[in-house]
Design a protein around this ligand. Structure first.
Ligand code: SF4
Ligand code: SF4
Length: 328
């Protein structure tokens, strides 16, 4: 069942980049700090003590980030990832000022840098962000990398190689997939369990590209394997317009996954609502694979097969197929 383990705030949907694969809508709305802090109290009441950030580009709202981090530290909460494209800053003093404020506020999670062939970042700015983060946090494991597969992996791999070169590490690749950027000179001390702050260790998490229907998402040979939303699921995702969704995946702007609103509904009320929402019960309980079989048995014919569970979830939402209720 749906059991959120983290709250993720998307302070804005605006972004300084315009990646071709981006599906974030760009509402003008942005999150206010006071209701977000109150929401943290409610999260703790239901056992959610981990906080992350996404967007849009979250660093376009630095005051929100700093205020929310202070509030999370005051409440004894822990940090997960702050997702960023790392190139939102104007000049070095401006970058250092914002990162310095975040450090002072107590942020000690990780920066999740989006680096792949889709993100067209200026390489020097990308390296400048990493360098500043290493310096301000005095740690070289403060950054990891989230990367979406692309038809041409060249530009993404070139950026990863540039990071490895600049910071004295090697880009580890296995079966054509980048795994990590590591400086092996610290391996023996790390093996002995020592906390080596200067050890470079950037994990690279790879994700398949989610194609749209127009790009052939229905053209798979086999159906997806249901994972009950193990990847992007089980979070409370707070959109810039204050809607709170039950996941941070492909479909998280669909009404069938919206649990309530910041400043209106408490996390406890949202959890109670989730337990009776058919689409959420199908995703996290029965499983979308089971639901697919049931809908087929009821006579629904799909446009093809898809290997992408989250695309299928979104398609059901858009088409208005409420689980268990055939569309009229
Ligand atoms: S950096 Fe992220 S939010 Fe911005 S355009 Fe690219 S994918 Fe979208
Ligand atoms: S299947 Fe739906 S609810 Fe589950 S993670 Fe994907 S988009 Fe979110």
């Amino acid at each position: 069942m749906f059991h959120p383990e983290e709250v993720i705030f998307a302070p804005t949907g605006q972004c300084n980049l315009a990646c071709a694969h981006c599906r974030v809508s760009r509402p003008a709305a942005r999150l206010e700090l006071a209701p977000a802090l109150a929401f943290l109290d409610g999260c703790l009441e239901i056992g959610v003590d981990r906080v992350g950030f996404s967007g849009g580009e979250p660093f376009l709202e630095p005051d929100f980030l700093v205020g929310l981090c202070r509030g999370a530290v005051d409440r004894g909460m822990i940090f997960d990832r702050l997702m960023t494209n790392a190139v939102w800053w104007r000049d070095l003093p401006a970058l250092e000022a914002v990162l310095g404020r975040l450090f002072e506020a107590g942020f000690d999670g990780q920066f999740g840098l989006s680096i792949d062939s889709w993100h067209d970042q200026d390489e020097e700015k990308l390296l400048g962000f990493i360098e500043a983060a290493f310096r301000i946090w005095s740690r070289r494991d403060i950054v990891d990398i989230l990367s979406v597969q692309a038809p041409d992996e060249g530009p993404g791999l070139a950026k990863l190689e540039a990071i490895a070169r600049r910071f004295g590490g090697v880009l580890e690749i296995e079966g054509g997939e980048p795994l990590a950027i590591i400086d092996h000179s610290h391996d023996s001390r790390l093996a002995e369990g020592e906390d080596v702050a200067e050890a470079l260790g950037m994990d690279i998490f790879r994700f398949p590209y989610s194609a749209s229907a127009a790009e052939g998402a229905w053209g798979a040979k086999d159906w997806f394997v249901d994972d009950h939303c193990e990847g992007p699921g089980n979070v409370l995702y707070v959109h810039p317009d204050s809607r709170v969704a039950a996941c941070c995946g492909f479909a998280n702007e669909a009404e069938s996954l919206i649990l309530g609103r910041l400043g209106v509904d408490s996390p406890a009320a949202m959890l109670a609502r989730a337990a009776s929402m058919p689409h959420i019960k199908a995703c996290y309980g029965e499983g979308l694979g089971e639901l697919r079989s049931r809908l087929e048995a009821q006579g629904l014919v799909f446009p093809g097969k898809t290997g992408d569970q989250c695309f299928f979830c979104d398609w059901l939402c858009v088409q208005g197929h409420i689980p268990g209720v055939p569309k009229a």
